[in-house]
Design a protein around this ligand. Structure first.
Ligand code: CUA
Length: 338
């Protein structure tokens, strides 16, 4: 292999360093919707962040000391002509210090870690109970206290703790809304729990954080935090059965109830009552669909009905080969479900 001359090897290392810096800094955004380092919302997120702050501070101090000593030793004791390195074996005093100091640091970190774990696991009084079922590749929310179900978009009141019971219907998923809480795995056959509180109204983006199949990256979610009165209004709307279809969309409803849709979906107030796919009773009140990945619009919904796996690889809803006329009727009906 031809060796690089001094100048080209310097250019090579400069280029490689710049490239590494570009890759490093491209990860630094202060306004990403899931950036949580500067945006903790509510007590649970704050508790986790406090623990992170202590840990990163200690780690940073250790890093600076260790790297500083390393660089110092490299320069101070570098090879010089005619000088031989000191020859010795072992240093009991130093070894005892180097064992005790990390042990003390680790025990010091253990205390706040255990305290935080127990604090986070506690369910506060008066929490809103919601059961979350994770499926490939969407989230089902059952509002146990209010008797209705919805999908992907979680609505909660501000200031009230929310206690999620997480159930897995197929493979392992993980529930994560970075600004509200740390993650919690969702494991089939076991109920995991997660508690958080939103202090400010707003929308909080989240996603599945455990690789769960082809559309893992399309398994998103949104948490909407409302003022308590607005939350009650939303609940009252969701509790209603679907309104009777107007004559324009009656054809779409007939297709829905007599075709394949009814095998998996529920629409309260009709005969559709299956629960393996999202409850569509108030579909049109949502901003998104299919794992909160696509904006809900006539065009996107039509695209979906044409071939779901083409939009979301691995989707359990297959391409049913629907005609364009049927798709138009179904979209009109579904978009009327407010
Ligand atoms: Cu569900 Cu990743």
């Amino acid at each position: 292999m031809r060796r690089l001359s001094g100048a080209s090897s310097r250019r090579f290392y400069l280029g490689a360093t710049l490239l590494a810096l570009v890759v490093l800094f491209s990860g630094c955004a202060n306004n990403g919707p899931q950036d949580f380092l500067n945006y903790q919302e509510g007590t649970n997120a704050q508790m986790a962040d406090d623990l992170w702050d202590i840990t990163i501070l200690i780690a940073a101090v250790i890093f600076v000391i260790v790297e500083g000593l390393l660089v110092y030793a490299l320069i101070r004791f570098r090879h010089k002509p005619g000088r031989e390195a000191a020859q010795f074996h072992g240093n009991t005093k130093l070894e005892i210090i180097l064992t005790l100091v990390p042990a003390v640091i680790l025990i010091g970190l253990l205390i706040p870690s255990i305290k935080t774990i127990f604090d986070l696991a506690r369910t506060p009084e008066g929490a809103l109970e919601i059961t979350v079922t994770a499926r490939q590749f969407w989230w089902q929310y059952d509002y146990d206290d209010f008797g209705f179900a919805t999908a992907n978009e979680l609505h909660i009141p501000v200031g009230q703790p929310v206690h999620l019971t997480l159930k897995g219907a197929d493979v392992i998923h993980s529930y994560w809304v970075p600004r509200l809480s740390g993650t919690q795995d969702v494991i089939p056959g076991r109920n995991n729990e997660l508690t958080f509180t939103a202090e400010e109204p707003g929308r909080y983006m989240g996603q599945c954080k455990e690789f769960c199949g082809l559309s893992h990256a399309n398994m998103r979610l949104i948490v909407f935090a409302h003022a308590p009165a607005d939350f009650q209004t939303w609940v009252a709307e969701q509790q209603k059965p679907a309104s009777a279809p107007s004559s324009d969309v009656a054809g779409g409803q007939k297709l829905f109830l007599e075709g394949v849709c009814v095998n998996c979906h529920a629409i309260q107030g009709t005969d559709a009552a299956a629960t393996t796919a999202p409850d569509l009773t108030h579909l049109a009140s949502r901003e998104t669909f299919a794992g909160a990945t696509f904006k809900l619009s006539d065009a996107n919904l039509a695209e979906w009905l044409r071939n779901p796996p083409a939009m979301k690889p691995g989707s359990l809803m297959p391409d049913y080969g629907l005609s364009e006329d049927d798709i138009t009727s179904l979209v009109a009906y579904l978009m009327s479900l407010e």
